[in-house]
Design a protein around this ligand. Structure first.
Ligand code: GRF
Length: 194
């Protein structure tokens, strides 16, 4: 079984999009793949409730319970390893990961970032794009490397910046595209494996 583990910190709408795509696209029958677990660093992440309702195993590894980034990442890696995942998808997971964690999951770790990387790595991507007068914004699915928000690009979506856009309206337009490209990119990787 190609287990997929999804890491979230909040709403989890990308996670939900992946779960729904897995069902709709019959990933289990076609690729022997399933979303095995959703893991959050925050117990109050809204997405955990959705995952539980779907009958998906959930776990919380609260970063506040650890003295160092290394200790948190080691506990997180152990929680993920229980599922022996083929893929680990970061989906709005708001922690910077240590090089050791990234190395441990090398080749299996994916992320979605709300900009057209390599532009606007880091936070506040929408406001920065607006401030720079960009005509286009977007989202990127990429493999995770030790370099924050970099790594080989697997998919991108371009969205126009419209007159009167605020960070919030732009974010909403980008998010609908994220929900399309992240499941698609994962399905493509699974198809390549099978
Ligand atoms: C998305 O915009 C994602 O690109 C970014 O954080 C947001 C998470 O949204 N990394 P959600 O939790 O998937 O709804």
């Amino acid at each position: 079984m190609n287990n997929i583990v999804i890491l979230i910190s909040g709403t989890g709408s990308n996670m939900a999009a992946i779960v729904k795509a897995a069902r709709r696209g019959r990933w289990e029958a076609r690729f022997g793949a399933r979303v095995a677990a959703v893991i959050s660093n925050r117990a109050d992440a809204a997405g955990l409730e959705f995952a539980r309702e779907q009958g998906i195993e959930t776990a919380v590894v609260d970063h506040k319970g650890f003295a160092s980034r290394e200790a948190f990442d080691a506990a997180l890696a152990a929680a993920i390893d229980r599922f022996q995942p083929a893929l680990v998808a970061l989906a709005g997971f708001m922690r910077i990961l240590t090089p050791a964690f990234v190395a441990h999951f090398e080749g299996r770790l994916l992320n979605i970032h709300p900009s057209l990387l390599p532009a606007y790595a880091g936070l506040h991507t929408y406001q920065r794009a607006l401030d720079d007068g960009c005509w286009f914004a977007g989202a990127t699915v990429h493999r995770v490397t030790a370099d924050l928000d970099h790594g080989p690009i697997l998919a991108q979506a371009v969205v126009p910046v419209l007159p009167g856009d605020t960070a919030a309206t732009l974010a909403a337009r980008v998010l609908t595209q994220e929900h399309r490209i992240y499941p698609d990119a994962i399905a493509r990787l699974l198809a390549d494996k099978s």
